[in-house]
Each structure stands twice: as C-alpha cells, then as structure tokens.
Design a protein around this ligand. Structure first.
Ligand code: KIV
Ligand code: ZN
Length: 406
C-alpha cells in the first residue's frame, strides 16, 4: 500500500446532500460529479441507493457517465440495501460498496434495538455479501468515536476478516477532539495487525468546529483516506471541508508530505458550481472559497499586500482558482488602497489632493456601511474629473468597492 498517498473521498452528493437546502436534481448531481472528476477526487460517494428512486437513478447515471473517480454507493448492513447498492453501481468503471452499522451502545440500544452480538453477526454477513458483488468494500462503524473501545476493536476486526478493504471511523456527531481521534486510529492499528492491509479512513462532522482538525489528526495517525465535502456541507453543522484539507496539504507540505490527485486550481470553481446547485453560497468568511477569503480591508494589510502579497497571504488566490485578491475600501483602509483604486478608475491625484480626498473618504466610510465607486469619484477634485471617463466599470449600487492587486 502506498503510504505517502492520501485519497480524497468526496461525499458532497451523499452526506452533503443530507443537509437542509442542499438537495439536488439528477442533472445537478451529474454536473457536480463531472466537476468533482475534474477536481481529481479519488472516490465519489454518489448517494444512498436504497433511500429513494431519485438517489438510485443519480448513482446509476453517475456510474455510467463518470470515469475518473471510483463510484460508491452507501448501504446499511442489510441484504436489500447491499443488493440495491450493487445494482446502482453495475455500470461503474470502478466501484465500491460502503456498508455502515452503528457500533455505539446508544445507537444499538435506542435506534437499532439490537444487541452487540447481533451487530457483529450483521457486520460479518453484510461485508461478506457486499464482497460477492464488489472487490472493494468499505465498512463504517457508525458513531465510532462514542463507542466502547473494546467493542469497536471487535467490530472492526470482524469487518476486516469478512473482507473489508477500507475501514472508516466516523465521528458521526462531531464529538471527538484531534488528540482523541488520532489516538483511536493508533490504538486500533496496534490492536489489529491486519489493518496493515486495509486503508484507514476519517469521516468527521463539524458540530464543535473541529472536523478539519480531527481529519488532519487522523492523517497524522495513519489514515490515508479523508471523507469530506465541497464547502463543508453535510448533516447539521456539516462535514470536513474538502477545500480546507486540500489547502492545508498544499500550504503545509512541510508537515504533511503526502501526495494526492487533486488539481487545486479547481477548488474555487467547484465550490461555485455547488453554490449554484444548492440554495446557498459558503459564508463570506469561509476559508479558501468564501467571498472574503482573499479580501483585505485594513490599511496596514492593504499596504503590505500591495507591496508584496506574501505579507498577508499564505497562498495565492490563483493557486486555488480564485481570480484575484480584493482590496475592500472601508473605514480601516489606508491612503495606498484609496490611491490604488482611484488610479484603477483613471484618476492620478497629487499627494496634496490625495490627503484631502482621504480625509473625506474616512468621514464617509465612518457613516456608511459600503462606499461605492461613485462616492470615490466624488472625492476627486472637480478639475481632475473634468473630461475623464472612469476606466473600470463603476461598481453598481449595492456592490462594495474593491480593487485587485495587479
Ligand atoms: O456520519 C456518519 O457516520 C456517516 C456514515 C454513514 C459513514 O455518514
Ligand atoms: Zn457522516
């Protein structure tokens, strides 16, 4: 097994779709599947085949049309789920059945109403059954992080003996911490030597805002598959965000010297494609793909970035597919950014005129939430304005002023 290759398992179309406001039509799922293929994900979880006819049809359509990633369908540890999952994947170039069964007592007792012994029997039977359809079978002990460690060990061993090729340890309710999650991976590898021959996978939810940190802890502890979603969408607070993990691996190669198959310049276009399919865009302050991820407002920062972007940017916007960074003019901005934007608009002010314009600009910015190009032009002395057509399209009302670092 390649120890320095990290596999990206994208579950935007399955766990991601499970979040309110994120359901997609088959056409939208196909569009996203092609976008994920172009991004270079290794495994694409296309849906939960037994959940609905629509889910089945989407998995089938993706399996027929998408050739790059391995296509996966989710199944509970039940005969019918596995048979339907296998059918949905019949036309896939490469496929995987992903079987899950809860391992925590709280799920076994209150949700499934089965004993631990019954859960082990089901694990054994269902992983074996899935292997009769597919040579690649992933097993997930759901709620692994809240499970009794001894029982978790037995359940994972059972799945490996039954033929699981990937063991995923989900933090289903986003409960764990990086230290605990990493320790769980290390402990199981010590306890079960046969895990050497399977891929270990992380699957983290963001209920406490630690999904990405927990995923990276799993990688440090030997996980070589990360399950994640575009824009971090997913059940409740969402899943680990693919673009954040990809950027960490890119920016911190020194700490994580692992190869992966992503074309990271496709991160922003893929995020935008998803935002078009679902009913919301990522929050403006979302790392990597949020509208403000490469925006600078404070004067000191703007001055630094105009002199050299490395002063306040740890990656270039272009490296992750964002067209350029943005200088947002607000009350924290400085003279450099004001002069820069005015010059983009075609006005070159003397030091004296700039000083006067800057004072009026700060007064204005203190009163208004957003300052517009029209407001800026009004700050230019009348004799300079005469006969000058503003260069760049004036930003429309409602669109705050911003410029780029050329
Ligand atoms: O969060 C979870 O436990 C899941 C499993 C189905 C892998 O999504
Ligand atoms: Zn999940």
């Amino acid at each position: 097994m390649t120890q320095n290759r990290l596999f990206f398992f994208d579950t935007t179309l399955r766990d991601g779709e499970q979040s309110p406001g994120c359901s997609m039509t088959i056409e939208e799922k196909l569009t996203m599947a092609h976008a994920l293929e172009a991004l270079g994900v290794d495994i694409l979880e296309a849906g939960f085949a037994i959940a609905s006819n629509g889910d089945f049809a989407a998995i089938d359509a993706i399996a027929r049309a998408v050739r790059g990633p391995r296509i996966t369908s989710l199944a509970r540890a039940l005969r019918q789920d596995i048979e339907v999952a296998a059918r949905s994947l019949e036309h896939a170039h490469r496929s995987r059945i992903h079987v899950f069964l809860a391992s925590s007592d709280i799920h076994l007792k209150f949700k499934l109403k089965i004993t631990r012994e019954q859960a082990l029997e089901q694990t054994d039977e269902c992983v074996r059954l899935a292997r009769t359809y597919c040579d690649d079978v992933e097993f997930s002990p759901e709620d692994a992080t809240r499970s009794d460690p001894d029982f978790l060990r037995i359940m994972v061993s059972t799945a490996v003996e039954a033929g699981a090729t990937v063991i995923n340890l989900p933090d289903t309710v986003g409960y764990t911490t990086p230290e605990e999650y990493g320790a769980m991976f290390l402990r199981l590898q010590e306890q079960i030597p046969a895990l050497e021959n399977v891929i270990l996978s992380s699957h983290c939810h963001d209920d406490l805002g630690m999904a990405v940190a927990n995923s990276m802890a799993a990688v440090e502890a030997g996980a070589r598959q990360i399950e994640c979603t575009i824009n971090g969408i997913g059940e409740r607070a969402g899943n680990a965000s693919l673009e954040e993990i990809a950027a960490i691996l890119h920016v911190r190669k020194d700490k994580y010297p692992l190869e992966n198959g992503l074309h990271i310049e496709r991160l922003y276009p893929t995020s935008q494609a998803l935002a078009k399919c679902i009913s919301f865009a990522p929050a403006p302050n979302k790392a990597i793909v949020g509208n403000n991820a490469f925006a600078h407002e404070a004067g000191i920062h703007q001055h630094g970035v105009l002199a050299n972007p490395l002063t306040y940017e740890i990656m270039t916007p272009e490296s992750v597919g964002v067209p350029h960074n943005r200088m947002v003019l607000g009350k924290h901005s400085g003279r450099h950014a004001l002069a820069h934007r005015l010059s983009e608009l075609g006005y070159k002010l003397s030091m004296h005129d700039l000083e006067a314009a800057y004072h009026r600009f700060i007064e204005l910015a203190d009163r208004k939430k957003s300052v517009y190009d029209q407001d800026l032009i009004a700050l230019v002395p009348a004799h300079l304005r005469r006969g000058v057509e503003p260069n760049e399209g004036i930003r429309s009302i409602g669109e705050p002023i911003e410029g780029s670092v050329a």
